[in-house]
Design a protein around this ligand. Sequence first.
Ligand code: FAD
Ligand code: DLZ
Ligand code: SF4
Length: 511
Amino acid sequence: MLVPVLGDQLSLTLPSLAGADRAETIVLMMEVADETSYVRHHKKKLAYILSAMRHHADALRGDGWTVDYVRLDDPDNAGSFTGELARAIGRHDPDRIVVTEAGEWRVQAMLESWQTLFGVPVEIRADDRFVASHADFAQWAEGRAELTMEYFYRLMRRRTGLLMDGDRPAGDRWNFDKENRKPAKADLLMPRPHAFAPDTITQEVLALVAARFADHPGSLDDFDYAVTAQDARAQADAFFAHALAEFGPYEDAMLTGERHLWHSILSPYINSGLLDPLDLCRRAEAEYRAGRAPLQSVEGYVRQIIGWREFMRGIYWREGPDYVTRNALGHTRPLPGFYWTGDTDQHCLKEAIGQTLATAHAHHIQRLMVTGNFALLIGADPAAVHVWYLEIYVDAYEWVELPNTLGMSQFGDGGLVGTKPYVSSGAYINKMSDYCRHCRYDVAKRTGDDACPFNALYWDFLARHEERLGRNPRLAMPYRTWARFAAEEQAAIRDQAARFLATLDAAEGGY
Ligand code: FAD
Ligand code: DLZ
Ligand code: SF4
C-alpha cells in the first residue's frame, strides 16, 4: 500500500495512516516544483514547509514507517504530485493508494484523477483534524439566509464540549469580545515566542531556498520557526504559560517594533499538522479551569480556532473552486509595489509589511485592519490581494487564506463571510496602536499634504459604493456622518482621495 503524505499533512495520526500495517506500507513524501512555485511563496514559508517535511519524514521513520522521500533537487524529480506518484508506482507497484483529502480544490482534483489515471484503487479519506466535516458544515448552512459565524461557533462549542458547563456556556455567555479590544503599551515583560536555531536539516533547506528561489519575496535571515512537533509543542507551552492570560484583552492591539504581542504564533504548526488544534483548545480550557487564565482570553482563543478557523474551511469548500473569482465591488486596481518592499511613508503599512517580509507572519489585526483595510480602500483587485496573502504568510494555504482575504477582508463575496466591509479611517488604527505617533501623516486630518491617507480613502470608499452599501444597517452611522459633511468638504475629500490614488497608479511595481 502507498500512502502519499502532503506538505500540510505532517501529523503522525493522519487518517490515511490509521489502521495501516507498517510492514506493508510505503509512505511517500514529495517536494515538487508545482507546489513550491504555484505562487511566489515567501522564502521563509518555503524553508519552513520543506524543513518541517524533512523532519516529519524522520519522525515517521522513528515511528516505524518506511518513508520514500523525494527531494526537490533530485535530478529525476517530475515536478508535480501526479508525476511523482507515477514514478513511485513504478518503484513500489502498490496494490492500492490511501491518501487524506487535500486542503484545496487544485490538489483535491489531482487526488481524484489518480485512480483513473493509474488504474490503481485510490481511497481518499476525510481529514479528521477538523471538528466539522464538509457534510456537517453543509448541513448547518442549509436553508440559512445568512451564515453567521457566531451561531456556527456555538454549535462547535456544544459539539466539542469546550467551555461548556452542562448545556450552558462557561460564564453564562458565549462571547466576551466586549471586554477585549484594548490598546497595549510597550512592556519589557511582554512575552516573546521561542526562537529555534536552525539544525543541519534546516540549514540545508535554507541554502536550497536561497539558491533556487532568490526571486521570491521575503527574507531568510534569522529563520527561527520550529520545524518539529516537539519544538512546536515547546512554543505552545510558552504561549500557555506566558501569553494566553492576556490574549483576549490585547487581541486587536498593535505596537511599533512589537511583532507578536500576546498572540500564539502557532498557526504555521497547526495548519501543517504539527499541532492538533483541538488539543490546544483543551489546554487553553484547562488553564481557565485551573484559574490561571481568565475566561475572556480563553474564550477568545477557543473562538478563533473552533469558530473562525472551522468556519473559514466550511465556506471554502461550500463555495466551490470559483469562489476565488468573486469580486462583488468590481475592484481592479493592482496592489501597490510597496507590498513587496515595505517602502512607504505610511508608518502602519511600513510596520505591517516590513515585519511580514522579515518573518512571513503578522498578527490578525495587522492583516485585517492595516494591509487588508488599505487594499480594500484603494479598490485593489481581490484576486491580486489573495495571491499576495497566499504567498507572503507562513501559515497560508488556500482553504484558510482565501475566505479570510477575499471574503472577510476584501468583501469580494459580497457579504458572505462578513456582513459589512472591514474598512476604517486612520482613527481605528490610532485607537488600537501607537503607529500614528510615529508617522509623518496627521491622523486627525482628512485633507492637505500631511493628512492621513486612510481618512480621505475611507470616505471616498463609502461615497463610491453608496449604491451598494448605503442601505447596510451596519454602515448607517458612517453614511449619516458623510451626509452631514458640507458639499465643499465632501468634494475636497474626494479630490484628496483621487490625487492619492493617481499617485499610487503612477508608481512602479505591483500586480
Ligand atoms: P492567534 O492570534 O494566536 O490566534 C489563535 C489561532 O486561531 C491561530 O493560530 C489560528 O489557528 C486561529 N485563527 C485566528 N483567526 C483566524 C481566522 N480568521 N481564520 C482562521 N484561523 C484563525 N490564518 C491562517 O492560518 N492562514 C492564513 O492564510 C490566513 N490568512 C489571513 C488573511 C487575512 C486577510 C486575514 C485578515 C487573516 C488571515 N488569517 C490566516 C487569520 C489570522 O490572521 C491568523 O490565523 C493569525 O494571525 C495567526 O497567528 P497566531 O497563530 O499568532 O494567531
Ligand atoms: C505549500 C507547499 C509547498 C511550498 N511545497 C510543498 C511540497 O514541495 N510538497 C508538498 O507535499 N507540499 C508542499 N506544500 C503544501 C501543499 O501545497 C499542500 O499540501 C496543499 O496546499 C494542500 O492542498
Ligand atoms: Fe497609518 Fe494614517 Fe496612522 Fe500614518 S497616520 S500610521 S498612515 S493610520
